[in-house]
Unconditional design. Structure first.
Ligand SMILES: [Zn+2]
Length: 371
């Protein structure tokens, strides 16, 4: 049961789509943010290609202090998807993953800290959520995330940081990703840095399709890198942090508007003031990318988040500034700067994909649409 504090608003159909042949596995992904749970399911075919099969379920939630309502909501949503998959493909193994806006300890999936998901702090999420789903479905809990040899049991979920999950999905499944046709055949290393611009800046580093979470699960916190030493003080204690200069709020302030959405709409229509605000944001984006390039030497940057929808209006000034400030610019390849393609599906797709990999399947890319 979902607690009464939880307002459920399912929009989107729970329908299966046509898929050639029987899948070797399925997976469920949940993306738990500060205000909603987005979820969906994928099928994995015998060639390692992923295909989304159940449309997303979005549910808004309240954040109880103890996190019980949020956990119940996740379990409720996962159970719906489990049952829908079981009805269409009985016996298919279903690992599941949860992407959370939290610092996740890579050793055990515990949410060490989260500014938004207070009730999930210091909780052993894989154990708690796995046990709750087992109880909800009546199936025995598996002792580990691996679902490959455990049909008829509920595995523990893979719990992943949301930026890491989104980066996994963009790197593997996105338009800017490794060509899905043959991800194993890339002839040079692929090193992707994802920068997600929203209320702040989130990020992740992906080497050849594998997310590098760092020694403590905290790699990719690019937002608090100092980009303008003479800039404004940041709540984090530093000055001129990148996310003060490049965020939805910074963009809105530059255009004198209360929020970023109308600025983006006006800019895409050609309004000069809005265009200038987006371009200036793009220049600061490029300054930060140059610093990241100096440290990380990526082959490409993928820009996601709400502000990323400005596309080339934002990215052209960013590319120019990156080329101007990257160390050794004339004598080195300049990383490409592309926009993310999966939108707000990236989080749950990434959670599902990581869950499949941790359960022992290899995921080689997205199934071509229309296949
Ligand atoms: Zn800061």
């Amino acid at each position: 049961m979902v607690g009464r504090a939880v307002r459920k608003a399912v929009d989107g159909k729970m329908g299966g789509s046509a898929h050639p042949g029987a899948p070797v596995a399925a997976a469920i992904g949940l993306d738990v943010g500060g205000g909603a749970v987005k979820a969906g399911a994928v099928l994995l075919d015998g060639r390692g290609r992923l295909m989304p099969t159940l449309t997303e379920v979005r549910v808004s939630h309240h954040l109880e202090a103890d996190g019980s309502g949020l956990s119940a909501l996740c379990v409720h949503t996962a159970r719906q998807l489990f049952q829908a998959l079981e009805a269409s493909w009985p016996g298919v193994p279903v690992p599941w993953g949860v992407s959370a806006a939290a610092w996740i300890d890579p050793r055990n999936g515990t949410a060490v800290f989260s500014p938004h998901l207070m009730g999930w702090r210091q909780r052993p999420l894989p154990h708690d959520l796995g046990a709750a789903l087992s109880e909800a479905t009546g199936l025995p809990a598996a002792a580990q995330t691996a679902a490959r040899a455990s049909r008829g049991t509920v595995p523990l979920p893979a719990v992943v940081n949301d930026a890491d999950a989104a980066a996994w999905a963009e790197a593997r499944l996105g338009d800017s990703g490794i060509p899905p046709a043959d991800p194993g055949l890339v002839d040079r290393p692929d090193r992707m840095v994802m920068v997600a611009i929203g209320t702040g800046i989130g990020g992740a580093l992906v080497q050849d399709g594998v997310v590098d979470v760092g020694a403590h699960g905290m790699a990719g916190e690019f937002g608090h890198m100092t980009v303008d030493p003479s800039g404004l003080p940041c709540p984090c204690g530093n000055t001129g942090c990148w996310e003060l200069l490049v965020s939805a709020e910074a963009l809105a302030a530059r255009a004198g508007r209360p929020s970023a959405r109308p600025v983006l709409d006006d800019a895409l229509r050609g309004d000069p003031r809005a265009v200038r605000a987006v371009q200036e944001t793009g220049r600061w984006l490029g300054r930060g990318l140059a610093t990241l390039a100096a440290v990380l030497d990526p082959s490409r940057f993928v820009i996601g988040g709400g502000v990323g929808v400005a596309g080339d209006l934002l990215l052209e000034p960013a590319r120019a500034e990156l080329a101007r400030h990257i160390p050794g610019g004339r004598r080195r390849p300049i990383p490409s700067v592309m926009v993310a393609s999966l939108g707000n599906r990236a989080g749950w797709l990434g959670a599902a994909g990581v869950a499949l990999e941790r359960a022992g399947w290899s995921v080689r890319g997205a199934a071509a649409s229309g296949q």
